[in-house]
Design a protein around this ligand. Structure first.
Ligand code: SF4
Length: 347
């Protein structure tokens, strides 16, 4: 059943489950039982919680639902990538918004790319999500549901917050979802298997950094502030340099992986001079650069770099001593590749 008016158990932390159980007069061991059913055993209904007493199940059923809610559509790419469409909108919303989630299987890993917002307010020039504006901030339960409700859940090895939306614009549900993905009383996944991608909004970035050990990817796309602002308006209000300066401080040294995303645009940011400036800008940060081929969405004047310019860019960065890898594009034929997620057709 979709979008019920009851609160969802999926997305509740241990402390919230304890409060709920206290409110319902349930015994002290009930929160642990419920958490196990939701996050370890994948229950989709309260009725499945067979070690919870019948009376307790009736009380739960009357006030909450699990919140595992299957996708409304799935499309499969020639390369095996699957794109799921989920209806979101909180328990009480009558007219849902929609988000897309990509499942990307590879020989040695399977990555799930989750969304944190329906649409996005940041309007990056190269991103189809940005073109639809912001419709809705997902709850923690709706972020987790993109994992809980897909048939490949058990195969997922890595989760990336690189779907629709800017995670730091929906910070608290994102932090809560990270806690539930990684805590022992949640799904218990390793933080090293989770990456949050952001354009680098300050001071929310610091809060993300301090609250989780997950990897962080920063969308950079140009070493020059004026140039970056032309394709990423967020640069004007939140210069990425604040984040870079923070990452250069001793306090920011950590074992997590920090990476910088760099989409290569023909004649815009792909010259050898840009490569040298990029290395200089990131000097002092233990990081890697992920180079990405641009997937034009149809409404931008930006063009993808030629393979030759892209290879030369990578070589220059590597020669200067920095790790630079190419991220393989997946799911292009179903618009699941980087920058192409959009539910504008449903607005
Ligand atoms: S790239 Fe990220 S921050 Fe920019 S518009 Fe797209 S979803 Fe928003």
């Amino acid at each position: 059943m979709k979008l019920e008016n009851r609160e969802t158990l999926l997305g509740m932390t241990r402390a919230e489950l304890q409060q709920l159980c206290r409110d319902l007069g349930l015994p002290g061991y009930a929160p642990a039982q419920i958490a196990r059913w939701i996050y370890k055993k994948g229950a989709v209904s309260v009725a499945q919680m067979t070690d919870v007493s019948r009376d307790a199940r009736e009380l739960l059923d009357a006030s909450v639902c699990i919140g595992v809610d299957g996708p409304v559509e799935v499309r499969e790419s020639r390369d095996g990538t699957r794109k799921y469409l989920f209806a979101v909108g909180g328990p009480a919303k009558k007219s849902p918004a929609y988000v897309e989630t990509a499942y990307i299987p590879e020989p040695s890993r399977a990555t799930l790319c989750v969304s944190t917002q329906a649409g996005c307010a940041r309007a990056c020039e190269f991103c189809m999500t940005g073109r639809q504006g912001l419709q809705y901030n997902l709850t923690a339960g709706e972020i987790l549901n993109q994992y809980a409700a897909i048939p490949e859940k058990e195969k997922v090895t890595n989760i990336v917050y690189m779907g629709m939306g800017e995670p730091l614009d929906n910070l608290f549900p994102v932090l809560k979802s990270l806690e539930l993905f990684t805590s022992k009383t949640g799904y218990g996944l390793s933080p090293s298997r989770i990456t949050v991608s952001t354009v680098g909004i300050w001071p929310q970035f610091e809060e993300l950094f301090d609250s989780t050990a997950c990897n962080i990817a920063i969308s950079l796309h140009s070493p020059r502030p004026v140039e970056r602002a032309r394709i990423m308006p967020v640069e004007i209000q939140h210069p990425v340099n604040t984040v870079l300066e923070f990452l250069k401080t001793p306090r920011a040294r950590s074992r997590r992986r920090i990476s910088f995303e760099y989409i290569l645009f023909d004649g815009f940011n792909d010259t050898p001079v840009h490569a040298v400036e990029l290395v200089r800008l990131l000097h002092g940060i233990r990081c890697r650069v992920n180079l990405i081929s641009y997937n034009p969405g149809g409404e931008s004047l930006l063009k993808p770099s030629s393979p030759r310019a892209a290879a030369a860019f990578q070589q220059t960065v590597k020669t200067k001593g920095m790790i630079a890898t190419f991220r393989k594009s997946r799911g292009e034929d179903i618009d699941a590749a980087c920058g192409l997620l959009s539910t504008r057709r449903l607005l």
